[in-house]
Design a protein around this ligand. Structure first.
Ligand SMILES: NC(=O)c1ccc[n+]([C@@H]2O[C@H](COP(=O)([O-])OP(=O)(O)OC[C@H]3O[C@@H](n4cnc5c(N)ncnc54)[C@H](O)[C@@H]3O)[C@@H](O)[C@H]2O)c1
Length: 384
């Protein structure tokens, strides 16, 4: 089999995770593009990539790139996806696919017409234990699903001196906390439960109306040079319009109700994606900071399910035996393996592919739009 050649646009935290996953899927990282030619050069060493591209646009259309991985700040996703698809490249685009539902739908339609692989790393679908939860819900082990609830909490933007390109709506989009992490939660619980959020009411909160302009570097290892590039004046504070936290009540298309709290200002919560699905007979809950087990609840007996004796769907991706912790990078590797299998075999792109595709990311963009509209109008909104 010929080696699949990947180019990575963006060179920050998640780009390094993609580089690792590409190699584990048998691909080669032929090049990388950061925000300037100098940063691209520096990034080739950090990511052990073949060469530096002067711009992301050059990478997206290069002859020796089969798959373009879009790992830049959000506002660049749409233009780079369009350039890559027009050049006949398969695309792995980071979430959010674009800055709103309408543009995400357009990108989805473009991708579907192209017949190319168009995937989005909604990677929490690749924890063996979320797959296990899905298998058990889908097998009817919970009984009728009544309640879906949980949260996604982080603390890396908890202080006024914390800042990032995600805070700026021109770069990150009008929604910050929800588009950044709430979108992951909604994708995951819809995928696990088979329910779709049909209407919601949301309250958003910007708890820090001013942030230090100096703190725009990210949680990226390697500091500011590898993070966002807006060199703001350290003396200035910037006004914040994007939300730090969101609370959502929702109803699903199959008659369940739910609640979600999303926050990037919750001290001590590093990346706590937690959900619970309560059925008539059993409940199941998953904690992304402790992903080796599931709580499988029951009135008469509650069990802790470990990452062994898995259903076939979960066993399919479970590349390391229980007792050897499964991590975020393993999720990315399993996702990329599915994507690259479809790059190699067009039959694996048809119908509903194994990997999360553009349509799934567009769905989360519509939920995000509904959250912002509901918060602005203080009313229930149907999700389109
Ligand atoms: N799927 C996930 O679990 C997950 C996790 C983290 C981030 N993400 C997404 O990945 C994207 C990147 O996030 P990150 O945390 O890696 O950010 P980051 O700030 O660490 O990295 C962003 C990178 O983009 C580069 N960049 C900026 N402008 C550019 C340009 N014009 N051309 C090329 N490169 C440019 C920067 O130099 C930097 O290397 C975001 O869209 C984010 O939502 C997804």
């Amino acid at each position: 089999m010929t080696t699949i050649r990947a180019g990575i646009a963006g060179a920050g935290m998640v780009a390094a995770v993609h580089a690792d996953a590409i190699r584990r899927a048998g691909g080669a990282v032929v090049g990388v593009a950061a925000s300037t030619p100098e940063r691209s050069k520096a990034a080739t060493q950090r990511l052990n990539a073949g060469r530096a591209f002067a711009t992301a646009e050059e990478l997206a259309t290069a002859d020796d790139v089969d798959v373009v991985h879009v790992c830049t700040p959000n506002a660049l996703h749409g233009p780079l996806v369009r350039a890559a698809l027009a050049a006949g490249k398969h695309v792995v685009c980071e979430k959010p696919l674009s800055l709103g539902g309408a543009d995400s739908d357009e990108l989805t339609a473009l991708a579907e017409r192209s017949g190319l692989v168009a995937a989005v790393p909604l990677v929490y679908r690749y924890h063996p234990m979320t797959v296990e939860a899905r298998a058990r819900v889908r097998a009817g082990e919970l009984g009728a699903v009544r309640l879906i609830h949980g949260h996604y909490l982080q603390d890396w933007l908890a202080r006024p001196e914390d800042n990032n390109w995600r805070v700026d709506p021109a770069v990150g989009g009008a929604s910050r906390a929800f588009a950044d992490i709430g979108s992951h939660w909604c994708d995951l619980v819809e995928w696990v439960s088979g329910h779709r959020i049909s209407e919601l009411i949301a309250a958003t909160q910007t708890v820090l109306p001013q942030r230090s302009a100096a703190g725009r570097e990210t949680f990226t290892a390697g500091g500011p040079a590898s993070g966002a590039d807006g060199a703001a004046d350290a003396a200035d504070d910037v006004a914040v319009t994007t939300e730090d936290a969101v609370q959502v009540l929702f109803r699903t298309d199959r008659g369940a109700t739910g609640a979600l709290v999303v926050s990037q200002v919750s001290p001590g919560r590093k990346n706590r994606l937690w959900f619970e699905i309560d059925g008539a007979d059993r409940s199941v809950s998953f904690d992304g900071e402790d992903p080796e087990s599931l709580l499988f609840g029951g009135r008469d007996r509650t069990e802790i399910l470990r990452r062994d004796a898995l259903s076939p769907a979960a066993a399919r991706i479970n590349a390391v035996p229980a007792g050897h912790p499964w991590g975020y990078r393993d999720c990315f590797a399993a996702f990329t393996a599915d994507v690259y299998a479809a790059v190699a075999d067009p039959d694996l792109r048809a119908g509903t592919p194994a990997y999360p595709a553009f349509a799934d990311a567009a769905r989360t963009a519509h939920i995000t739009d509904a959250v912002l509209t509901s918060a602005a109008h203080r009313s229930w909104i149907e999700v389109s």
